[in-house]
Design a protein around this ligand. Structure first.
Ligand SMILES: [Mn+2]
Length: 281
């Protein structure tokens, strides 16, 4: 990110940012391939001193890697994404994978599921993403959490768009789904989410989990999402109470004459790093 220290190497950093500008199966609005670079550019405008965490978070070391190569067939791209995640497991840094479309959460979560027997996934999204297949492919953004949900607990929040072909997968098997309209009191929601998660958590954040007033530029927006502070309350509680092994932030798009989305996503990532830093002290 724009806030990284000069000459810092990955083994010494507490955080890593890995851009993955993949966009292939997006079914509606396009632009997620430009999301990661827009977030990195915007990160240069985020204040280094965080007013909530009250720290210069960059001092812990933020390593930004080159973007994962997303050219070619989806299977090949997914292989490279999985390898990138596997590589990150060698370091102490908490990785922040920045997408790109949500389908890449499929290969990203694989090495974590293998490594951590008690892993669960916090899935923040407007959409359930639990279709086995969509538009003729299992690699669609609409299937992002389906493979993981077959093997580890997936706790969904923000959900307010569910298809008839995935309805049987919510609140079934290893999936706990907190539908947005039934859980509008965030203070009551937080302890239920904490109870549903295991001790080790992978956080996958589709930015459309936020209300479009917070994050306007995303592939498939839905009304009635999380407010900024509601989401931060939830994320802070999860980070304080769980071991976070990785975070992905997906579906950031860009649109002309409006940099609200990339600014807010950059601030979100920096703030989450701040929560993780606070915990260490
Ligand atoms: Mn979504």
């Amino acid at each position: 990110m724009g806030v990284e220290r000069k000459n810092i190497s990955l083994p010494h950093c507490h955080y890593a940012v890995i851009p993955i500008p993949f966009e292939k199966t997006v079914s509606y609005g396009r632009g997620t391939s430009r999301g990661p670079s827009a977030v990195l550019d915007a990160s240069a405008q985020v204040e280094l001193w965080d007013e909530e965490v009250k720290r210069e978070i960059w001092e812990d070391g933020i390593f930004t890697s080159a973007a994962v190569d997303v050219k070619g067939e989806t299977e090949a791209v997914f292989g490279r994404v999985e390898n990138a995640a596997r590589e990150m497991l060698k370091y102490k840094a908490v990785p922040f994978y920045v997408g790109g479309e949500h389908s890449i959460t499929q290969p990203l979560t694989k090495p974590y599921i293998e490594k951590y027997p008690d892993l669960s996934i916090l899935h923040f999204d407007a959409h359930a993403d639990l279709r086995a297949e969509y538009d003729g492919t299992p690699y669609s953004h609409a299937c992002a959490l389906y493979p993981a949900s077959r093997s580890v607990p997936v706790v969904q929040v923000g959900i307010r768009s569910v298809g008839s072909d995935e309805y049987q997968n919510i609140n079934a098997g290893k999936v706990k789904t907190f539908l947005m309209h039934e859980n509008r009191n965030i203070k009551k929601l937080i302890p239920r989410v904490l109870k549903s998660l295991t001790g080790t958590v992978y956080m996958t954040l589709d930015v459309d989990g936020f209300d479009p007033s917070v994050i306007p530029a995303t592939g498939t927006p839905q009304p009635g999402g999380f407010g900024w502070y509601e989401a931060l309350d939830l994320f802070r509680a999860v980070i304080e109470n769980k071991k976070i092994v990785a975070v992905d932030v997906m579906e950031t798009s860009v649109r002309e004459h409006d940099n609200t989305t990339e600014m807010n996503v950059a601030k979100l990532i920096y703030r989450l790093m701040g929560y993780l830093s606070q915990k260490k002290r």
